[in-house]
Structures are given as structure tokens and as C-alpha cells.
Design a protein around this ligand. Structure first.
Ligand SMILES: Cc1ncc(C[n+]2csc(CCOP(=O)(O)OP(=O)(O)O)c2C)c(N)n1
Length: 333
């Protein structure tokens, strides 16, 4: 507890403001995406991260630019927290050529190699073994990097999670496994998918250092992630961190949410990660109302620019249809 207080007190105003800015950017970006989806500007699937922002933002603060990040289909927040430009993401959602995946991936397949962001993966748990493979490559090539892999608690009920954990522990590779436990896998509550709900124990069973943290409190997530990353960098071994969080919106835009009580959602909204951080900043005189609301104006402008960029974007010409389907000969022989 003392350490926790110390960590919070040591954060500068601008660091705390940056966390708030990132969480608010994710939230506004997604609200806009939902609006544009309703207007059919964005098509396909759309899974919103609203409510869970503290996880992507808190964990990303602990990573370096050259670390590798891989995520699920609920990944707009992770991409934004990795500084993939909002306009590139919005253009991707619109299916435009200017999007970060050339408009071919859409919401569920955001990629940006420059930012070391490897997706955007739609198959539940399918990317966890990929993360371990990437970490094995990092280890073999003696690169000073770690791989950070985000997934939901639903993915932990899949065989791939267990196989990947086992290999990561056997091979001692530098992976940070982050479970975003939002209590639901589509419409299935955690009590129906996990015999034991102390999820961090699952890592310990594989001999992996594991911990759980309040995923609604960005400062706590930051602190836990920093500890995890330091552990990986000094030992080269994997680490498993469970972030307990909640999604405020439906699983996807097609979900009538018949599996959960509206009161439950309202209860969790009292612990909205944005409100919690704002309250902390005001109570501790880290900032004032004027500064906090100036962030909103900056974000509004950024989101408008992203939407304009996406709307002005272009479609790929039909002649490019078969491009990237097969490997092509390099032009330099
Ligand atoms: C292998 C596989 N099975 C089923 C699905 C359909 N599906 C999409 S999301 C989802 C729930 C996953 O829940 P969780 O891992 O907890 O992540 P969350 O959506 O809560 O972030 C399922 C079953 C899928 N995409 N892939």
C-alpha cells in the first residue's frame, strides 16, 4: 500500500494528464466509430473497448517503442495507446487504402509494423501462440525487446492459451501476458467458462510469475505493468498479469445484451477509469477543472480530423484485388 501511494505521488502532472488524454482519446474515438457505424460508413464487425481503457493505456506506459504488441479484435484502444495515428485507424475502419492495414483488415485487423503493433486478431486465443513465437524469435536473435499479448478471459478457456503458456514457461521467453478480464465472453459470464475464477493462478501453475490488478484504476495498472516488465527484462522469463475490468458497451454492435442486468452495468460505471483518474487528479491538486476540460477540446479536434481523413480516403482499385494473396518476388532479386 505504501509503495502504491509512493508511485502515485511520484507521478508528475504531465504524466498523469497524458494517461487521461490517452483514455479519453480512446473513448471519443470509439464513440465516433459507433456513430459512423450506425450511419453505415463503417461496416463489418465493431467491438468497442469503452470501460476498459485503463488496461491498454496503463500497460502501454510500461513498454518501450521497440517492444512488440499483439491484441485481439477489441484493439482500437491498444493501437491508439501504441500511438498508431487515429486517422490511420479511422481510415482502416472505413476500408480506405490510407488505413493502417491498407483498408483490407477493418476494425478487427489493425496492424502497424512501424509502431510494432501486430494486430488485430479475430480468432479467440489464436494470437497467444503467435506472441510466444515472436518472443522466441526475440530471444534467439538476442534482441532487447519484450512481447506484450492482450487477450480476454474467454481466451483462457481455449487450448491455445494453455499450450502457449506451457511453451513460454518451458522456453523461458520474454512475453507479458495480459488478461483483460471483463467478466463476459460474448454473452457468456465467466462462471460458465472457468471452473476457478482466480485466473492468475493459471499462470502460477505453469511456473510463471503472475499477479492480478484492478483494471479500472490506470495508476494501479501502470504500477503493476512496470513491475511485470522489469521482471521480464531482468529475468528474460514470461509474466502473467490479470487486469480486472468491465466493458460498458455491448460485445459488438449486434448484441442485444440479454445476458446481463442493466444495474450491473450502471454499478460498474461508478468505477469508470476516466472518472477515477479525474477525481484522483482533482483531489490531489494534480490538476484543475480548466486543464482537464482543455483535453476534451484537443481530442474533439483530433477525432474530427481522423474522420475527415477517413472520409476523404480512397478505395483500392479493382486491379489490386489479388495483391498480397501470394508472396511476390522481391524486385531487387
Ligand atoms: C476460436 C473462436 N471461437 C469463437 C469465436 C467467436 N467469438 C468472438 S469474440 C468471443 C468471446 C471472447 O471473449 P473474451 O476472450 O473474454 O474477450 P472479450 O470479447 O470479452 O474482450 C467469441 C466466442 C471466435 N472469434 N474465435
Amino acid at each position: 500500500m505504501a509503495e502504491q501511494a509512493n508511485f502515485k505521488n511520484n507521478l508528475l502532472e504531465e504524466e498523469t494528464l497524458y494517461l487521461l488524454y490517452q483514455m479519453k482519446l480512446i473513448r471519443r474515438f470509439e464513440e465516433k466509430a459507433a456513430e459512423m457505424y450506425t450511419k453505415t460508413e463503417i461496416r463489418g464487425f465493431l467491438h468497442l473497448y469503452i470501460g476498459e481503457e485503463a488496461v491498454a493505456v496503463g500497460v502501454s506506459q510500461a513498454l518501450n517503442e521497440n517492444d512488440l504488441v499483439i491484441a485481439t479484435y477489441r484493439e482500437h484502444g491498444h493501437a491508439l495507446a501504441r500511438n498508431v495515428p487515429a486517422k490511420k485507424i479511422m481510415a482502416e475502419m472505413y476500408g480506405r487504402k490510407e488505413g493502417c492495414s491498407g483498408g483490407r483488415g477493418g476494425s478487427m485487423h489493425l496492424f502497424d509494423k512501424e509502431k510494432n503493433f501486430y494486430g488485430g486478431n479475430a480468432i479467440v486465443a489464436g494470437h497467444i501462440p503467435i506472441a510466444v513465437g515472436m518472443a522466441l524469435a526475440v530471444k534467439k536473435q538476442k534482441q532487447n525487446k519484450i512481447v506484450c499479448c492482450f487477450f480476454g478471459e474467454g481466451a483462457m478457456a481455449e487450448g491455445e492459451f494453455h499450450e502457449a503458456m506451457n511453451l513460454a514457461a518451458l522456453w523461458q521467453v520474454p512475453v507479458l501476458f495480459i488478461c483483460e478480464n471483463n467478466l463476459y465472453a460474448m454473452g457468456t459470464a465467466i462462471r460458465y467458462t472457468h471452473a476457478s475464477q482466480e485466473l492468475e493462478k493459471r499462470g502460477k501453475d505453469y511456473g510463471i510469475e503472475s499477479a492480478a490488478v484492478d483494471g479500472m484504476d490506470v495508476l494501479k495498472v501502470c504500477e503493476a505493468a512496470m513491475k511485470a516488465v522489469e521482471n521480464i527484462r531482468t529475468t528474460g522469463k514470461p509474466y502473467f498479469l490479470v487486469c480486472n475490468t468491465y466493458r460498458f458497451r455491448a460485445h459488438s454492435m449486434f448484441d442485444a445484451e440479454l445476458y446481463r442486468n442493466k444495474n450491473e452495468v450502471e454499478e460498474w460505471k461508478h468505477r469508470d477509469p476516466i472518472l477515477l483518474l479525474e477525481r484522483h487528479m482533482l483531489e490531489n491538486e494534480l490538476s484543475d477543472e480548466t486543464t482537464l476540460s482543455s483535453i476534451d477540446a484537443k481530442i474533439e479536434k483530433e477525432i474530427q480530423e481522423a474522420t475527415d481523413y477517413a472520409e476523404a480516403g480512397t478505395w483500392e482499385p479493382v486491379e489490386n484485388l489479388t495483391q498480397f494473396l501470394y508472396s511476390e518476388k522481391s524486385t531487387n532479386g
